[in-house]
Design a protein around this ligand. Structure first.
Ligand code: SF4
Length: 497
């Protein structure tokens, strides 16, 4: 039997868990990958930009037939010194492409590019695998480096690649890993030889299923666990969940008498015993009494650019690009709606966002949000970026009321919330089977990350596609604030106000 081809990404998957490789090969249909096209696109953009870090380079284009890439690399390696991007190598059926290869007269330097703002152990495994392949091919590997994003970088009018990227020399770490890589490769090949399609490996789940990445086969590997189980407990640390799992305390029945945080026990009790909703009317009345008209129900959407798109912003800074605002001016006044959705080409996007908000919320009423940390932090950042808007941003924050608090404090709890106080759990729990409040009924965008990815994608779309996306964004954000109005109404209903 031919040796299987091992790529650096397969190698890295196996460093996490060898069963991933087997499942990818024989049961890929069970993978539930969380990483979206947008995440992939972010990584691709960063990779493309980094190629220019050391000046002129020659790129090896992707080819389905890897031998074409290998041949081209061989030719380019002869022309020293030069810089080759995506240089491709294969030794003993171990294959890798190097993001940036500095091909000097006396040897080569490997640069692995990551769109992250910090170095993780798995990146070192990744680069060390490349080191292993190249040195076994007889190349003198002088240096191995990780190129990653400098989160302190503030963009000026022009992008400065040397400011945007940090380079860390990991040559010593990579050298230390070389014998481990050989052992790992031997292990992986033996493992795949002894587990063909018919012989599924037996491997219990563990903390490694979430480190360095959440495994996309988690649902498959846990399909035989009782439901609900310890992994369904909301907000419990993963280490604590595995501690209980390893003790054989897996189902809610096993867990109900365990010494756990009161909130976890409450979730278990409500779900096991089908408890009636718990409502602390006084706590909810306190929230209602704190409100002053006009009531501004507001929600922001934001996105993050790995490579800062706008002047004076940092990598991965949250860029608010949209809000929906429902307004009730006085008791019994009709519900009004205002909204803002930025033009993706607006170079002053954050300022335009803030100025519109100031115009739409002129009075000193309550600014009602769900999970105030997010909106309050954006307002603070806007105040720091634009000192002339600081007072208005502070006014909004001082007037802010968080509708999430009663749910977080369990002053209002139902079994359907499943221990969560996210609006996506709370809303259907308060209004079951109401299609008007059902996010899954929305045409295009159903959650926050879809909204930010949709906005990020706008520049590459046709005018028709842009219009469709913009309508989807407006529809989604509007439901978020309408949901808050409905929560406020429910608070009044259950407290007889
Ligand atoms: S869920 Fe865990 S055990 Fe299953 S393949 Fe993934 S990492 Fe391995």
């Amino acid at each position: 039997m031919n040796k299987i081809q091992l790529s650096k990404s397969s190698y890295c998957s196996c460093v996490q868990c060898e069963k991933i490789l087997w499942l990818k090969r024989f049961k890929p249909e069970f993978s539930k990958s969380e990483s979206s096209e947008a995440t992939f696109e972010k990584g691709r953009q960063v990779g493309e930009l980094a190629k220019g870090l050391f000046g002129h380079y020659t790129d090896i284009a992707y080819n389905k037939d890897l031998s074409v890439q290998l041949e081209q690399t061989k030719e380019l390696l002869q022309i020293k010194p030069n810089i080759i991007t995506e240089a491709s190598f294969s030794w003993d059926n171990n294959f890798c492409s190097v993001d940036i290869l500095k091909n000097d007269l006396d040897g080569v330097e490997i640069y692995e590019v990551k769109s992250s703002t910090q170095i993780r152990d798995i990146y070192i495994d990744d680069a060390s695998f490349q080191h292993y392949v190249l040195s076994n091919l007889g190349l003198n590997v002088k240096k191995v480096c990780i190129v990653y994003i400098n989160n302190e970088y503030v963009r000026g009018r022009k992008l400065d690649l040397n400011g945007l990227f940090k380079i860390e020399d990991i040559t010593d770490l990579s050298l230390q890993k070389q014998s481990e890589i050989k052992d790992n490769i031997d292990f992986i090949r033996d493992f795949m030889k002894s587990h063909d399609r018919e012989r599924e490996p037996v491997k219990d789940i563990g903390k490694f299923c979430f480190e360095p990445y959440s495994c996309s086969f988690w649902d498959y590997c846990t399909k035989d666990l009782p439901s609900p189980n310890v992994f369904d407990i909301s907000s419990m640390a993963i280490s604590k969940k595995f501690e209980k799992y390893c003790d054989g305390k897996i189902s809610f029945k096993d867990l109900e008498k365990e010494n756990l945080n009161i909130k976890y026990l409450e979730q278990i009790d409500f779900e096991l015993n089908d408890r009636e909703p718990k409502i602390n009317k006084n706590a909810i009345r306190d929230i209602l009494d704190s409100l002053k008209y006009p009531l501004y129900f507001i929600d922001y959407e934001s996105c993050q650019y790995a490579v800062p798109e706008y002047e004076n912003t940092k990598p991965y800074q949250q860029i608010p690009f949209q809000y929906s605002l429902h307004i009730i001016k006085k008791p019994d006044a009709p519900l009004e709606h205002k909204e803002f959705l930025a033009d993706v080409w607006d170079v002053n996007i954050i300022r335009t966002f803030a100025e519109n908000m100031i115009k739409d919320m002129p009075d000193d009423g309550s600014v009602i949000v769900y999970n105030k940390t997010f909106e309050a932090t954006r307002n603070k950042e806007i105040g720091q970026m634009f000192p002339d808007l600081k007072a208005e941003m502070e006014r909004f924050n001082e007037n802010m009321v968080d509708l999430m608090i009663p749910f977080r404090n369990r002053d209002y709890y139902t079994r359907e919330m499943k221990g969560s106080y996210s609006i996506k759990y709370v809303l259907p729990a308060l209004y079951p089977d109401d299609p008007e409040l059902d996010y899954s009924e929305l045409s295009l965008i159903h959650k926050g990350d879809e909204a930010s990815n949709a906005f990020l994608s706008l520049k590459d779309k046709t005018p028709q596609e842009q219009e469709k996306i913009r309508n989807g964004l407006l529809e989604y954000c509007k439901l978020d604030t309408y949901a808050m109005v409905k929560i406020w109404e429910k608070f009044k209903e259950v407290t007889d106000v």
